[in-house]
Write a protein that binds this ligand. Structure first.
Ligand SMILES: Cc1cc2nc3c(=O)[nH]c(=O)nc-3n(C[C@H](O)[C@H](O)[C@H](O)COP(=O)(O)OP(=O)(O)OC[C@H]3O[C@@H](n4cnc5c(N)ncnc54)[C@H](O)[C@@H]3O)c2cc1C
Length: 362
């Protein structure tokens, strides 16, 4: 038998990554999940387990919010409470790092062969129960169309930062997300906020050589600051290592200064960078655009707490958006169970999944 001549190296086709190998080009599904956060993934997994064809669309990467958390963050939750799809999450220390969580959710997506369409922004959801039409825009402004019988909206809250409303907030030196300390070495930095994000950023910046002023409108740090972070930030403030301005707000931000509104009158500080870490909120306009009603006070989507179906038949809400503006009520620990509630209701409504769909991952 003739031995085949080996291909020249430049002609050897690249092995497609495993995720690409599982990519399914179809654009119709039983359940279309908007948002590939931990909740969205859990919803798709539970729908698949119930026999439905699920598709997930995210405007960023897989678990996009976690990807954008501070580079060196450590979760406050122990790993087993972040698990989805009954896949064990083991970590080297007691609490998972951001990198470990990213790896974990990648492995879960791969294990269940989840059909995740990344970098597509869901812009519109039209049609009605049983025959929804979803339109997305990708990174190259191309428009994609999907059909689905049911929709799960699990869009989180981390994309929209609460604004402090000070003149100058739109300057390049003002950030609403904290990633890492190095660029702020030997710089004058103001951190606005009194909860975990602000406390942790202030400490990290100070430990890496920034001169930090923490500005908070209340008389002390918020009672939600983690019990192991609180003594650290309070002691740094007591020692004058981090300057705290309580009962104060930022009145104006300029190119190289900020003006604070303090109990003893306006105070002008030399300033290089500002981190306004005053929380985030769900995209209420998007929810309203698909017809979901929001409560007056806390902007909670109107939904049946038993199964999370919203006031729009066939559209479910899941994850942190269920709590509206009270974003500290639902996190991964409890939002991850929404998938099971929704899948049970889907089975009731759709009478079990489509047996023609291969469910090799379940
Ligand atoms: C710094 C930090 C630390 C935290 N630590 C913990 C912890 O230790 N334990 C814990 O349980 N929780 C923790 N949380 C909270 C937790 O991460 C969130 O509650 C959780 O991510 C919410 O999950 P979700 O799936 O509802 O939303 P998200 O994880 O925010 O996912 C929503 C997804 O939807 C996508 N999306 C939004 N709009 C669209 C659209 N129109 N089209 C397509 N895609 C869209 C986004 O890109 C995103 O990927 C922490 C939060 C922060 C900020």
């Amino acid at each position: 038998m003739k031995t085949p001549t080996p291909l020249p190296v430049e002609q050897i086709p690249e092995t497609p990554p495993r995720t690409q190998a599982h990519a399914r080009p179809d654009s119709s599904s039983d359940v279309l999940v908007v948002g590939a956060g931990p909740t969205g993934l859990a919803c798709a997994i539970e729908a698949q387990k119930a026999g439905f064809k699920a598709l997930i669309i995210d405007k960023g990467c897989l678990v996009n919010s976690i990807y954008h958390y501070p580079n060196n963050m450590v979760f406050f939750t122990t790993p087993e409470l972040l698990e989805i799809g009954d896949i064990p999450f083991t970590t080297s220390l007691a609490k998972p790092t951001r990198l470990e969580a990213l790896e974990y959710y990648r492995r879960v997506a791969e294990h269940y062969h989840l059909d995740v369409r990344q970098y597509q922004w869901v812009k519109t959801i039209t049609g009605g129960d049983g025959k929804f039409r979803v339109t997305t825009t990708d990174r190259h402004s191309a428009i994609h169309d999907y059909r689905a019988r049911k929709i799960v909206v699990a869009t989180g809250y981390y994309d929209l930062a609460n604004q402090v409303g000070s003149p100058g907030e739109d300057l390049d030196k003002v950030f609403h997300y904290y990633r890492e300390p190095h660029p702020y070495y030997d710089a004058d930095v103001v951190v606005i906020g009194g909860k975990n994000s602000a406390a942790e950023a202030a400490l990290d910046l100070w430990r890496h050589g920034a001169r930090v002023t923490l500005v908070h409108r209340e008389p002390q740090m918020h009672h939600h600051v983690k019990y192991w972070v609180r003594p650290d930030i309070e002691n740094r403030i007591k020692a004058g290592e981090i300057v705290a301005r309580f009962n104060s707000t930022v009145q104006e931000i300029g190119a190289d200064f900020v003006v604070l509104r303090t109990p003893s009158g306006p105070q002008r500080l030399k300033n290089d960078f500002v981190f306004a870490l005053t929380g985030y909120h769900p995209d209420y306009d998007f929810l309203r655009s698909v017809g979901i009603e929001l409560s007056d006070e806390q902007m909670r989507p109107v939904c049946d707490p038993e199964n999370l179906e919203s006031n729009v038949p066939g559209i479910y809400v899941a994850g942190v958006i269920v709590a509206g503006s009270r974003t500290n009520e639902i996190f991964i620990e409890n939002g991850r169970f929404h998938g099971k509630l929704i899948a049970a209701h889907l089975s009731e409504k759709l009478g079990g999944g489509n047996p023609n769909i291969p469910l090799d991952a379940t």
